[in-house]
Design a protein around this ligand. Structure first.
Ligand code: ZN
Length: 389
């Protein structure tokens, strides 16, 4: 009898489990079409055909830092028994760089490598490990259009660009050949394509070889206009890197304002400025023709051996770029600019968030943080943190 009850009990449980499994199965079957509708967009979001024909919305984060200026004091400090290691200098900011969809830097000194001899100011040449470290901390693209591009001649540029190609780091603004200069650098993330153009005001008086004008891009309105128009044809967002302005001046010059406005007028969405070695504010630009764009006039020094407080403070700009296609028309919106000030500590040239700089030898870091925050935002009208283009 006992065994019979046991068998009956087991059979009851088996039946209950079976019935409930069947019920759950049908419930899931019914839900599946709803789940599929909700998630099919994500599954196929990278397909161009879907993007062009259906409603689409995606957003990407872009981060940018200013000058990477490798003085002799820095490469001496980075020297190891068998080479150079710059990664400790970036260890406290790596997490703030690698979490973006795209990260940009201005590589002010040419990375021509050890074989042609390293050198410091006024004619720089930096070790290859700088590029390895940039790649490792999440930098996707560097501008090499600046006043130090030709410091060590064409050879340093050829070495640097060949090394960038080898490790898969994009470069813009300086080129190996004419055909290299004709390829607009683009990066696509989450269905949004960005173009990166770069120009410098000059090359410290070192002449650009007459037969090789492509070797570095100068700020030239006709060239910029043509490039921006070409970039607009192949991308959603045009980012223009400009090496311009007056060294150590904390506010943009009239020239900077005019050049940035010109770029926006021609269709640039984002202007990343650098060269003054100190931070200059961010601003929304509305061009004469109604085009809108975002500019940061100077990103300051991100890493350098320069002394005095404003040259030791740089920062990480973050922008969110949203692309929306609705009923066949596309809008690009640049929004939510934020700026994380950073500081280069005197001990080991470690780059640290300014808010932590008191732990790295800077007294009153809270005071500096508040001042820099005001400085960077002073050209923003109140209640106008985002504009559509
Ligand atoms: Zn410069």
């Amino acid at each position: 009898m006992k065994n019979n009850y046991l068998l009956l009990g087991i059979s009851l449980i088996v039946h209950l489990v079976l019935i409930s499994s069947i019920l759950v199965y049908f419930m899931l079957l019914n839900k599946e079409p709803i789940a599929d509708t909700t998630f099919s967009f994500n599954k196929h979001s990278m397909k161009q055909s879907d993007i062009s024909t259906k409603n689409f919305r995606s957003s990407v984060t872009l981060k940018a830092v200013g000058d990477i200026l490798i003085h002799g004091t820095l490469y001496n400090s980075a020297q190891t028994t068998d080479g150079y290691d710059f990664s400790p200098m970036f260890s406290e900011v790596k997490s703030h760089l690698e979490d973006a969809d795209i990260t940009f830097a201005n590589q002010e000194t040419m990375i021509g490598g050890e074989t042609i001899g390293l050198s410091t100011y006024p004619r720089f040449n930096s070790p290859y490990n700088v590029a390895d470290t940039l790649k490792d901390v999440g930098i996707d693209i560097v501008s090499i259009a600046n006043n130090h591009t030709l410091d060590r001649g064409e050879q340093a540029l050829l070495n640097a660009t060949s090394y960038f190609d080898q490790i898969g780091l994009l470069y813009t603004g300086g080129y190996r050949t004419i055909s290299d200069s004709q390829v607009i650098r683009t990066i696509t993330r989450k269905g949004i394509t960005f173009s990166f153009l770069a120009y410098t005001y000059g090359t410290n008086g070192i002449p650009i070889p007459k037969n090789k004008p492509y070797i570095v891009n100068l700020i030239d309105y006709d060239k910029m206009t043509n490039d921006i128009k070409a970039a607009k044809k192949i991308s959603d967002v045009v980012v223009v890197s400009l090496h311009f302005g007056n060294e150590y001046q904390r506010m943009p010059s009239d020239d900077q304002k005019e050049i940035a406005a010109h770029a926006v007028n021609m269709g640039a969405n984002i202007i990343l400025g650098h060269h003054p070695h100190v931070l200059q504010p961010m601003e929304w630009i509305e061009a004469e023709n109604g085009n809108k764009g975002f500019v940061v006039y100077s990103l300051g020094n991100f890493l350098s051996g320069q002394k005095s407080i404003y040259r030791e403070i740089g920062g990480i700009l973050t922008l969110t770029i949203q692309k929306e296609i609705k009923n066949g028309s596309q809008t690009i919106e640049v929004k939510e600019p934020t700026f994380l000030p950073t500081y280069v500590s005197k001990n080991g040239y470690k780059i640290v968030p300014l808010k932590n700089a008191s732990n790295y030898g800077l007294p009153n870091s809270t005071k500096w943080l508040a001042e820099i925050d005001d400085h960077m935002h002073q050209l923003f009208p109140e209640n106008q943190m985002a504009q559509a283009n």
